[in-house]
Each structure stands twice: as C-alpha cells, then as structure tokens.
Write a protein that binds this ligand. Structure first.
Ligand code: SF4
Length: 183
C-alpha cells in the first residue's frame, strides 16, 4: 500500500473567512511522487505538472491537489464531508498504485481551459438558473473547479445547445448525462 498513514488537517481557508467551505490536507510520511504519472493517466481531467511536481484534479466540484508529501482537497461543505472526501481520495490513490502494472503512465501536461473559453460555449443568456449572476461568473467558477457543468440546466436540457454541450464536455474532459429534462 502506498499510503498507509497520514495526519489529517481540516480548516476553513484564510482567504475565505466565513465562507463556510472547508479544506482538508492529508500530511504524508512518505513521498508519493512515483504515483503521479499513473494518476495522470487514470484520473480524467487531471493536470500533471512534473516541474513542481504536482497533479491537480477536479472531482465533483472539489479541487484536489496531490503533492509529494501531502494531498489537499478544497471546496467541501462541512468538516465531516472534507474528511470523508479525503479518505476516499487516499483509497483511490492506493487502488491506482496497486493496479499500476495495468496502467500506461502518462507524463503529458494537459492545459486547463480558461473562463473565457468556457464562457464562449455557454448559452450566454444570463438566466441565473445555475445560481450565479451571469454566465461569465459561472464560467470563471467552473474554470476554478468551484461549480460543476451540470448546474447549467439550459445547457443540459435544451436541445438547441447540444453542440455546445458536447464541445464543453470535451474541453473539460467530463461525461454528461443524455440531453433532456430530468424526470
Ligand atoms: S444557468 Fe447556464 S445559461 Fe443560465 S446563467 Fe448559468 S451558466 Fe448562464
């Protein structure tokens, strides 16, 4: 097992006092950088930066960063959820490490899409159904990994946006459910 023990730290980021979102860090006693090319290959949308080295990954609206000596997860709704999220991620890293003989390691660095690139593919109606004041605000939050594409209901449910929807899914490297309103 790659990660057998760790020290857990849970906190509210100092840059967001009162934001009521939590971050958690698992401090690791051993260096895990050897798993990074396997994480890069196995985690959809992961961004590997070998010079740092680090791997960053958006997971269901959370932002996860793997460093050689720690794993951090941010934008979690409460303390217990932050701990649970981090424990799930550690289990995932251990699984990927155990299966590394079956994974082709990837040393590529993918480019992170910008808010402007995302904005150009949104409906741009500023309807606020996603809870944001504008499509541009939503695009910037999406680029930062703070919201999920599924929050834009018109994009998911209105067939007129089918092409944009496919392009956005490819740009963000995510899977989306079939188009149409939820029943
Ligand atoms: S729901 Fe979609 S179309 Fe409406 S404001 Fe949000 S991003 Fe724009």
């Amino acid at each position: 097992m790659l990660i057998e023990k760790y020290e857990l730290e849970v906190f509210t980021p100092p840059c967001e006092p009162g934001a009521e979102r939590f971050s958690a860090i698992a401090h690791l006693p051993n260096d895990i950088r050897d798993v990074f090319p396997y994480l890069n290959a196995a985690l959809r949308g992961a961004i590997y930066e070998p010079a740092v080295p680090s791997v960053s990954w958006r997971k269901a609206g959370h932002y996860v960063v793997f460093h050689p000596d720690r794993i951090a997860v941010s934008n979690v709704e409460d303390r217990d959820a932050a701990i649970k999220e981090l424990e799930g991620i550690i289990a995932l890293v251990n699984r990927i490490w155990e299966q590394r003989d079956q994974i082709e390691p990837s040393y590529k660095t993918r480019r992170r899409p910008t808010g402007v690139e995302i904005y150009k593919l949104l409906p741009r109606t500023n309807c606020k159904a996603c809870g944001e004041a504008s499509c541009f605000a939503f695009a910037n939050k999406l680029a930062a990994g703070q919201v999920q594409l599924e929050a834009c209901k018109p994009l998911l449910e209105d067939p007129q946006y089918a092409l944009q929807r496919e392009e956005l899914a490819a740009l963000l490297d995510v899977d989306l459910p079939a188009i149409g309103p939820k029943r």
